[in-house]
Design a protein around this ligand. Structure first.
Ligand code: SAH
Length: 463
């Protein structure tokens, strides 16, 4: 058995070489990796081992003896307690470079790509990487009779009250505070997880950054609503931009936020927002990208990589409410969108109508089931766009792409590891990865989004 060279509760002096995919510093003791939050590559420091596992250990930073030039003071006063951001102590420039390096590293290690032949561009960052989130979703608790709303303290279910979140749109912070205070003044009780008692579980706020429209969602344990009229009147008299107030009921003992029942309490079922020229209706439960500025950059890149001239048939797999589909439809002959959530497809169809787009067709189902059916029906896509969830594309879908032989595949990914795994399959099946553009959709967190262009080798010309 391999000896573990470090021991729990012991102190070590280490040099940090790298960051993990979730933003912790990596140091090695006799080649044995130790993951330490809040440490940066190039730094040295004293650590205490907090946990050992077979092939790695975790540690806590006790003291830094050498600081990276990229270390900055995290501006958020509750950064360390919250855990929502992992990289605020890292200069923004450093974050962008780290994300690019991480993408290159997994494409090479997991995807086995020849990195001399793939261009991984510098990460596309934001000019002002703060206040970008258009959706706030906060748990509600009680303290000394009043309500608190904020976030769960790391590794606990204690709710910390938060006045401001630096990555949220200011409007969201303000509305969350106002709703909390109005509910408090009416004696509303928060839901208590341990006792499974009380009423208000979460407050969600969605903000249309271009339209300025606001949606408020109350997630409650039961479908009653104490002081409903007074609370709603108060909210809409102060905030005229609130266009939709919705109640979602979640009676279950679970940490899943939403329940199955959603009712409109006041106003519309939707708020509207724009990405570029396209208008979208967004309902309480539909998936909508949280950083609109970077979403536009991401979709523009996807469109560029699709190289559409107006003659192409395109498939958009994992299409959500049709955001990418409608972008593509403006430049293609026909676009077929497929998505597993039926409500999202209803939204997608409504969004096509809303924009007068007639060359988009949508289907509900698993991409890996629906697209093979399309193939049998004789649909021949010139371009296939995929934007799967973190687990990546289903193998059956990748097989179908290989059989359909589109000229180009555009792969939008929120997880570089599964992107790399899937690119390897496409490469083995006759495709070639040309370019990868990392996009910083979630500044100050360790997440990175990528859009990649993959072409059929026969189409890429002689080898
Ligand atoms: N392209 C959209 C949504 C991307 S998120 C946008 O940019 O807004 C990924 C989407 O894949 C989600 O909407 C999710 O519901 C959907 N999904 C997950 N598994 C799926 C599957 N097997 N087949 C089709 N869609 C799936």
């Amino acid at each position: 058995m391999q000896m573990i060279p470090v021991q729990k509760n012991e102190y070590y002096h280490v040099a940090f070489e790298d960051l993990t995919h979730d933003g912790a510093g990596v140091a090695k003791v006799e080649g044995f990796p130790i993951f330490v939050p809040n440490a940066l590559p190039g730094e040295k420091g004293k650590i205490k081992i907090t946990k050992t596992k077979k092939g790695f250990a975790f540690g806590r930073l006790i003291e830094l003896t050498e600081e990276s030039e990229h270390r900055t003071n995290a501006p958020c006063p509750i950064y360390k307690q919250c855990g929502g951001c992992q990289l605020q102590h890292f200069s923004y420039e450093g974050q962008l470079a780290f994300k690019r390096k991480q993408v290159k590293e997994v494409l090479s290690r997991i995807g086995k790509l020849n990195m001399d032949e793939v261009t991984v561009h510098p990460t596309l960052g934001m000019k002002d990487p703060w206040n970008y989130r258009n959706k706030a979703q906060v748990p509600v608790g009680e303290r000394e009779g009043g309500l608190v709303a904020g976030f769960y303290q790391q590794r606990s279910h204690e709710i910390i009250d938060m006045e401001k979140c630096l990555i949220q749109q200011a409007a969201n912070d303000e509305i969350v505070q106002a709703v909390k205070n109005i509910c408090s003044s009416h004696g509303i009780r928060a839901y208590n997880e341990q006792k499974h008692k009380g009423w208000l579980r979460h407050i969600m706020v969605r903000y249309g950054v271009v339209s300025k429209e606001i949606m408020i969602v109350f997630v409650t344990k039961t479908n009653d609503f104490p002081h409903k009229k007074a609370i709603i009147d108060e909210i809409i008299s102060i905030y005229p931009n609130v266009k939709s107030i919705v109640q979602n009921i979640n009676p279950k003992r679970t940490n899943v936020i939403f329940g199955d029942e959603t009712n409109v309490l006041w106003g519309e079922e939707y708020i509207y927002d724009y990405i570029g020229d396209i208008k979208f209706a967004i309902s309480a439960r539909s998936f909508y990208q949280v950083n609109p500025e970077q979403t536009k950059a991401l979709y523009d890149k996807a469109l560029e990589y699709a190289q559409l001239t107006g003659k192409e048939n395109v498939i958009d797999a994992y299409c959500g409410i049709g955001t990418i589909t409608l972008f593509l439809a403006q430049k293609a002959k026909k676009v077929y969108g497929v998505e597993i959530v039926p409500e999202a497809i209803e939204d997608a169809k409504r969004n096509a109508l809303l924009n007068g787009i007639e060359n988009a067709e949508f289907a509900v189902g698993e991409a890996e089931v629906v697209i093979p059916e399309w193939r049998k029906q004789g649909i021949k896509p010139d371009v296939i766009v995929v934007d799967p969830p973190r687990k990546g594309c289903d193998e059956a879908l990748l097989e179908t792409i290989l059989e359909m032989k589109p000229q180009r595949v555009v792969y939008v990914s929120c997880n570089p590891a599964t992107l790399a795994r899937d690119l390897e399959v496409l490469e083995r099946g006759g495709f070639k990865t040309m370019e990868v553009q990392p996009v910083d959709m979630f500044p100050h967190t360790a997440h990175v989004e990528c859009v990649s262009q993959i072409v059929l080798k026969e189409a890429a010309g002689p080898k």
